[in-house]
Design a protein around this ligand. Structure first.
Ligand code: PGA
Length: 256
């Protein structure tokens, strides 16, 4: 059996000035900077990436962005590209977050172009998928997730797929304090793993980390993280404070 290394990623969303970000990262480096049992990624807003990169230098904590455009450069006012992110030492990029989908109209085909561009530039995409409350209540959760995974990963090679991270984030659990039950989460994670087997074969599917996101906190993390197909977390609210984020990483490290 392949043991996947757990991954805990902090999605700061539109929070923290560069100075606030450096203060948080400095605390994280002190607490977790030599951590090797768990992969740790922080995703500040664009304005805080470069200063966070400097503060992270020499630690094992990695840097991610929260979005990017699929073109390398050009007339795309307000956007940043994968080569620009690579130039400031980002290694990961969150793509297709539900807030991008619902508030900014991003759709699967558009997100797929970003996934392809990220991979071409050696950035690891953290592709977010998940159903709304209405979709869960209508019984279409698995269908919705299937479409988002298949469309999001279209054209991705087997080799590239092994480097992709998927985040299952039920929209109704994001920032609401309503966490999915471990059974609800594990069911969808196992389903996604099964989809990956069909798309890329078993060997690749066993390598892909599938994160849970949506009100994950130190109190509920140990149970979620002990599920067979839950390989880490994409953390919003609890990533904004050093103590809770550190505790989440420790929870992930403690799971055997
Ligand atoms: P939350 O956000 O942890 O605040 O629910 C998770 C996310 O949106 O990635």
């Amino acid at each position: 059996m392949i043991i996947r290394k757990k991954l805990i990623a902090g999605n700061w969303k539109m929070n923290k000035t560069p100075a606030d970000g450096v203060a948080l990262v400095t605390e994280l480096v002190a607490a977790l900077g030599k951590q090797t049992d768990v992969d740790v990624v922080v995703c500040p807003p664009f304005t805080g990436l470069e200063s966070a990169a400097k503060a992270l230098d020499g630690s094992t904590i990695k840097l991610g962005a929260q979005n990017m455009h699929f073109e390398a450069s050009g007339a795309f006012t307000g956007e940043v590209s994968a080569p620009m992110l690579r130039a400031i030492f980002a290694t990961h990029v969150i793509l297709g977050h539900s807030e991008r989908r619902t508030l900014f109209g991003e759709q699967d085909a558009f997100i797929n172009k970003k996934v392809i561009a990220a991979l071409k530039n050696q950035l690891r995409p953290i592709l977010c998928v998940g159903e709304t409350l209405a979709e869960r209540e209508a019984g279409t959760t698995l269908k919705v997730v299937q479409t988002q995974v298949e469309a999001g990963l279209e054209g991705v090679s087997k080799e590239q797929a092994a480097t992709v991270v998927i985040a299952y984030e039920p929209v109704w659990a994001i920032g609401t304090g309503k966490v999915a039950t471990t059974d609800q989460a594990q069911e969808v994670h196992a389903y996604i793993r099964g989809l990956l087997v069909k798309l890329f074969g078993d060997a690749v599917a066993q390598k892909v980390r599938i994160l849970y996101g949506g009100s994950m906190k130190p109190a509920n993390a140990p149970e979620l993280l002990s599920q067979k197909d839950i390989d880490g977390g994409l953390i919003g609210g609890a990533s904004l404070e050093a103590r809770s984020f550190t505790d989440l990483v420790k929870s992930a490290a403690a799971v055997k």
